[in-house]
Write a protein that binds this ligand. Structure first.
Ligand SMILES: Cc1ncc(COP(=O)(O)O)c(C=O)c1O
Length: 422
């Protein structure tokens, strides 16, 4: 959902004025990965960079547990306090109650919990968009095999030029609704498409699906930490994400939001002591997100996630960060559009940090430009310290622009792309 910040016309604002950019350089200096000379990092949609304070906290906390006595009541109390504080921080970012949060390791685990928690019956239908991540499609196919459900796909990719607001967004909702059937039980889709950067109108989608008693599960890998969120108001049923991309936390920390109203209809599949109350007979489930958690986790990592979020908040609010992301990705998109040998996948100004584009090999004459996008991205990384990923569908390069991205990073990428014509 695009809430307090609208994504359009950021080029008219002064968010990138010189003072703000100077601020950014002092903020960036706290990220070791961004301090490497002449490196331009555009892979935040794959994995974010970690600030020094978060990195330090990881070692510090492992030492702390050893000093407390690993499996001791003191260490146990410390770990539970880490757990509670971390849920509270994540919940505050999403504007929901901590009781709605299940801690996971990544987006895919959260999506799996949502997909498998439904009491599927043979003949039920699951609707996915045609832009979902392979891990989520794989999970859906396993559910199909296990329960004899049908999977439908709606052609979201055909609307990739639609914006998340106004008439365009209504057309996306209508397209999705046309693909609902009387036996559709759940719709699973991304908030921000990982391949095109398109932002989906989730509030309207959730409202349309709920009218027909259909659950809405969201893959939020590319949105959590990138876009301002107020999940209570959006009314989706599940929102699964990781913290290692746009929140710049360590790998291995994710979470799932589950709307309170649907708790009673859900059964956890993988279970363990974390989901249990101490009541007998076993199992008696906790009535919060812990019901879907299993057992021991890497608690010493949790503080790094909180530090990463605090650090981002210290630079600017979620709307301010989103505004800068949109502004910078629009700057990049305009520069790409000015190069005849580059074709942007979307013809509308970006509303997220993901900017996908193709190199037209006929117009870009250099030897490297004749190679596949995969080989071009490898070449950029090894020869030019430009980190950008290649995608298979659409066959393209994808730049992830973060609020941490600098104008100099964009200039470095654009100069490299310009050089592909000679
Ligand atoms: C849309 C989307 N879904 C899922 C994933 C997988 O994320 P994770 O490794 O957090 O499960 C990604 C990662 O790139 C993604 O972009």
């Amino acid at each position: 959902m695009i809430s307090s910040a609208s994504s359009s016309n950021y080029l008219d604002t002064d968010i990138l004025n010189r003072d703000r950019e100077v601020d950014l350089y002092s903020h960036r200096s706290q990220f070791p990965a961004l301090e490497i000379e002449n490196r331009a990092y555009f892979n935040y949609g794959g994995q974010g960079v970690i600030c020094a304070a978060a990195l330090d906290s990881i070692t510090k906390n492992f030492h702390h547990i050893e000093s407390l006595g690993c499996f001791s009541s003191a260490a146990g109390a410390w770990m539970m306090s880490e757990y509670d504080q971390t849920k509270a921080v994540i919940a505050a970012q999403l504007q929901v109650s901590p009781t709605t949060i299940t801690l996971t390791e990544n987006t895919t685990v959260g999506c799996n919990i949502a997909l498998w928690a439904v009491n599927w019956q043979q003949g039920d239908r699951l609707l996915l968009s045609d832009c979902e991540h392979p891990g989520i499609i794989a999970s859906a196919v396993q559910i199909q095999k296990r329960f004899g459900i049908e999977i439908d796909y709606f052609p979201l990719s055909s609307t990739h030029n639609a914006s998340a607001e106004g008439k365009d967004s209504q057309a996306v909702v209508e397209l999705l609704v046309q693909h609902l059937q009387p036996t559709t039980r759940m719709v699973m889709l991304s908030h921000i498409c990982w391949n095109t950067g398109q932002v989906l109108p989730l509030k309207a989608i959730a409202a349309a699906c709920h009218e027909q008693d259909i659950l809405v599960a969201v893959d939020a890998a590319q949105s959590a930490g990138a876009i301002p969120l107020a999940l209570d108001a959006m009314e989706v049923d599940f929102y699964a994400f990781t913290a290692h991309k746009w929140w710049c936390a360590p790998l291995g920390l994710g979470a799932l939001y589950i709307r309170h109203e649907i708790y009673d209809q859900l059964e956890p599949v993988f279970v363990g002591w974390r989901g249990l109350t101490s009541d007998l007979p076993i199992p008696q489930w906790r009535q919060d997100g812990a019901k879907f958690e299993v057992a021991s986790s890497t608690y010493p990592l949790y503080e790094a996630l909180r530090i990463a979020i605090d650090h981002a908040d210290s630079w600017g609010t979620q709307p301010a960060r989103y505004q800068r992301i949109c502004h910078l990705s629009q700057v990049l998109w305009q520069k790409l559009n000015a190069m005849p040998h580059i074709n942007c996948v979307r013809q509308v100004a970006p509303e997220s940090g993901l900017v996908s584009f193709q190199i037209n090999r006929k117009l870009a004459k250099s030897a490297i430009a004749q190679k596949s996008h995969v080989l071009i991205s490898k070449h950029f990384e090894t020869e030019d310290k430009i980190f950008i990923r290649a995608l298979a569908d659409p066959d393209c390069l994808r730049a992830s622009v973060h609020y941490l991205t600098s104008l100099a990073d964009i200039d470095q990428l654009v100069a490299k792309l310009a050089s592909l014509t000679f």
